[in-house]
Design a protein around this ligand. Structure first.
Ligand code: SAH
Ligand code: SF4
Ligand code: F3S
Length: 525
């Protein structure tokens, strides 16, 4: 830790609200005040601690073990025979991929999947805590599930994912939704078979949330959602501690998988016929920093590009760790796609500083310049937060001008949402909602305009499309994505699903392109 970081850490430490309530005794006191012995009994089963920046920052680098010997106990291997499961997933790709792991575990226990809540014997809600509205959706869904549980007491309902890592959420479920059978977090997904067993045979709610991140478990089963595109975790957790963000607390510290394990998984997907992989991490550019040898994302990508799979993407990049080695490797092209999602969050250096993003407007623009120099056709997309505490009109205008200057072709835009336990949640959320909404609208109008312009360049061009399936709106239309992640719809035979084909763009819309199979491809077919 350098002097600056130490200073920031100690400033945050002094006023971190969770410092005063982070031991299990005070949790117990609070539950006692609620006056329910039953709740106390249940709470003892947890090992939960609330977000605590001081403790989290002390996380040791090298106390993570990698396990290759996971197995499901014999008695649990058949427990799901004749039964069905349903998992509802909220949040980011990381959660989507965790759902694939949980689906793998349940399948190995004999369960089959269903889309119908009425048919399910096990329902899991894999939750997201990133903003308040994400949490509200989940509480709404919990309410909807209650009648099902009353009708069928054997139904097991579990809440997992990032919300489970928050103390307030666990308490609210314990208190207000006692019909939930189990709560587990993001660090103990591999414990699902044991927790399920406990939930089946216990009358108590089973709550097991680990505040400390777990080890890396390499050989967990997975049932992937598709057979064309696959996700591959390259690292877990986040050590960036942006002041608004709950992720470092819900996902724990940065832990990189070993390069050989990642390479083997990508090779395996290629051998199974997958056409595209997306490497996943909250901050993939920090890949390798925690390994005991010098190795980074650039080195990993340089290995992966030699694998015979047509497309490799990665998400999410943090501007701070985007180094020259990575730019140099990405510029080699081939199966490494030049679409870079590079969240900026704000165009104002002052706001970036209080967000603790650790880059400035100028250094972000310099990074963009370097990327463009090496990859002149690169597509850049981003994430932006509006209405951060104290954000002035001028500072918001700096965000607008940065969006114009970089020419982002799309952006995920959000209204700031205070998250309990994060440093920013202590600051007054002082931008009125109508101002936040107005800023968001203006920003979205600009992003839409730029998206539309970027799409127009494709009219008349031939693009490579990875055909994913029938379009959502019209089953006679196929859809897929270009290398730069533009959605393309066109009419052609369904036999093309899963293939890479050339499509001539006939019409550009704001968020998609219409096209027809390129003449040569059509003739060959
Ligand atoms: N690791 C990624 C982002 C993960 S969260 C990164 O650092 O870029 C996805 C996006 O949610 C963030 O980029 C940010 O724009 C938004 N976000 C995170 N916390 C938020 C909060 N408290 N309020 C509003 N938006 C938030
Ligand atoms: Fe959150 Fe991303 Fe910042 Fe990590 S880098 S704290 S995930 S916004
Ligand atoms: Fe949400 Fe957790 Fe992802 S908070 S955005 S599901 S890491």
């Amino acid at each position: 830790m350098n002097e600056q970081q130490r200073k920031e850490a100690s400033q945050i430490k002094q006023s971190n609200p969770s410092d005063v309530k982070n031991d299990s005794e005070s949790n117990l006191e609070r539950l006692k005040q609620m006056g329910s012995d039953e709740l106390i009994g249940k709470y003892f089963q947890t090992t939960y601690e609330p977000p605590n920046l001081k403790k989290a920052k002390k996380r040791l680098k090298k106390d993570v073990d990698i396990h290759y010997d996971f197995s499901i106990s014999e008695e649990m291997q058949t427990i799901g025979e004749g039964k069905k499961f349903l998992i509802r997933t909220y949040g980011c790709q990381m959660n989507e991929h965790d759902t694939e792991v949980m689906a793998g575990l349940l399948t190995d226990m004999g369960y089959q999947t269903t889309d119908d809540v009425n048919q399910a014997d096990v329902i899991l809600l894999n939750t997201c805590a990133i903003r308040e509205n994400a949490e509200n959706k989940v509480f709404g869904e919990i309410g909807h599930l209650k009648p099902l549980k009353l009708e069928n007491p054997d139904l097991i309902i579990g809440v997992c994912g990032c919300m489970s890592q928050e103390e307030a959420v666990v308490n609210r479920i314990l208190k207000k939704h006692p019909f939930i059978d189990m709560i587990f977090g993001t660090h103990n997904i591999h414990r699902l078979p044991s927790l399920l067993k406990e939930a089946m045979f216990s009358k108590e709610m089973v709550v097991e949330v680990w505040s400390k991140e777990g080890d890396i478990i390499e050989n967990l089963p997975k049932v992937r959602k598709g057979r064309i595109k696959g996700w591959v975790n390259i690292m877990y957790g986040c050590d960036k501690f942006c002041t608004y963000c709950i992720v470092p607390y819900t996902r724990g510290k940065e832990r990189s998988r070993l390069p050989e394990d990642v390479i083997q998984e990508v090779r395996h997907l290629a051998a199974q016929g997958y056409q595209e992989v997306t490497l996943l991490g909250q901050n993939v550019n920090a890949y390798g920093k925690d390994l005991e040898f010098e190795y980074g994302l650039g080195d990993l990508m340089d290995e992966l590009r030699k694998i015979d799979i047509p497309r490799i993407r990665f998400t999410t990049s943090h501007p701070r760790d985007f180094d020259d080695r990575l730019i140099e490797v990405l510029a080699k092209g081939g199966n490494l796609l030049d679409h870079i999602h590079l969240p900026v969050q704000s165009g104002s250096s002052d706001i970036l500083r209080v967000m603790a993003r650790r880059y400035t407007r100028e250094s972000y623009l310099e990074l963009v310049r370097k990327i463009r120099e090496a990859m002149p056709n690169a597509t850049l997309t981003t994430d932006i937060i509006v209405g951060f505490p104290n954000e002035t009109d001028e500072q918001f205008e700096e965000t607008m001008s940065l969006v114009r200057e970089v020419g982002f072709e799309s952006a995920y835009t959000f209204i700031y949402s205070p998250r309990e336990g994060t440093p920013a949640a202590r600051w007054e959320d002082n931008i009125p909602m109508e101002v936040k909404k107005e800023r968001l609208q203006r920003l979205n109008a600009l992003v839409n305009e730029q998206a539309k312009q970027a799409m127009q360049q494709y009219e008349g061009e031939i693009v490579k499309v990875l055909v994913e399936g029938e379009s959502k709106k019209d089953p006679d239309v196929l859809s897929g994505y270009t290398e730069r992640n533009k959605l393309v719809n066109f009419r052609a035979s369904k036999s093309l699903i899963g293939k890479l084909v050339d499509v001539k763009i006939t019409k550009a819309k704001t968020w998609s392109l219409d096209g027809e199979l390129a003449k040569e491809t059509a003739e060959v077919l």
